[in-house]
Design a protein around this ligand. Structure first.
Ligand code: ZN
Length: 279
């Protein structure tokens, strides 16, 4: 794909799934909770649990970083000296190449600028965004499916001595959790994602379907989840038929086409990426 085409909307992919917590879980607020426990959980104004898109995106980024190597892709882990991958998401590295970047911006040539950014971004940051480029992936907030079951619970914790790893007498705190089996409908939107991006993303969907963990206190077994009912919809605006259908449909649910079985769809992308496809 010519670099300049990255600036035009050419492909959209929308992936939805049900995220089910298999254990109790918490997305903390860092403040006191509604039960006046020490550590509250994040709730909306009417008291329903919230699963922020930013939490999903952060966790997904971690999953993709872990999978990048297996797919022959680069991940900077936001740390160039540790990963050996040059990427402007590492603030320290960006400082070193900032003048080059500024020169590319000042050149007024978008091709030149995109070429520079691509050469200084790892594959994970191409998908998730960096200080120099917009993300190709967006994560919506989860939509709660289990309205009545999501009741805030309180658990006791003890303060551990960092050196002896034993409980400090009389230093106790409590924290809020939400119950197992809470489920959310989640949605990801990918714009102009290439086959490499979709392979990374798809591999993460396989991993999350097998099970992952999300939120706080995961080392205590909180936040175990899995995905169900993954669906993939998309449009390729370079295909004349799909383009006309997309541009003349008003129902948002019908603008994108069902891409069929998600496992088949992403397996194709993963196979071509692991054989060293486009970057
Ligand atoms: Zn990076």
């Amino acid at each position: 794909m010519p670099l300049i085409d990255e600036l035009k909307l050419s492909r959209r992919l929308q992936v939805t799934a049900r995220l089910v917590f298999d254990t109790a879980w918490r997305i903390g607020t860092g403040k006191e909770g509604i039960t006046s426990s020490d550590l509250g959980v994040l709730l909306d104004p009417v008291g329903k649990p919230v699963l922020p898109g930013s939490s999903l995106k952060g966790r997904l980024r971690g999953t993709c970083e872990g999978l990048a190597h297996a797919l022959n892709r680069t991940a900077c882990f936001l740390n160039v000296s540790a990963s050996g991958v040059n990427c402007v998401s590492d603030v320290e590295y960006y400082r070193q190449v900032k003048e080059e970047h500024t020169a590319a911006v000042r050149s007024g040539d978008p091709q030149e600028l995109l070429r520079w950014i691509n050469a200084h971004s790892c594959d994970v940051c191409k998908l998730f965004g960096s200080p120099t480029r917009a993300a190709r992936l967006r994560c919506a907030d989860g939509q709660l499916e289990t309205q009545d079951a999501a009741v805030v619970q309180v658990r006791d914790g003890v303060v551990l001595d960092r050196d002896s790893h034993t409980a400090v007498p009389r230093l106790k705190y409590d924290y809020e959790v939400l119950p197992a089996l809470t489920s959310f409908r989640i949605r990801f939107d990918l714009e102009n994602a290439n086959d490499t991006d979709e392979a990374l993303f798809g591999a993460a969907m396989f991993e999350w379907s097998a099970g992952g963990s999300l939120g706080g206190f995961t080392s205590r077994g909180l936040g175990r989840f899995h995905l169900e009912d993954v669906k993939v919809f998309g449009v390729n605006l370079e295909d004349p038929k799909e383009r006309v259908a997309y541009l003349t449909t008003t129902d948002p649910a019908k603008r994108l086409r069902d891409r069929g079985d998600w496992k088949t769809y992403f397996t194709g992308k993963i196979e071509s990426a692991s054989q060293g496809g486009e970057s």
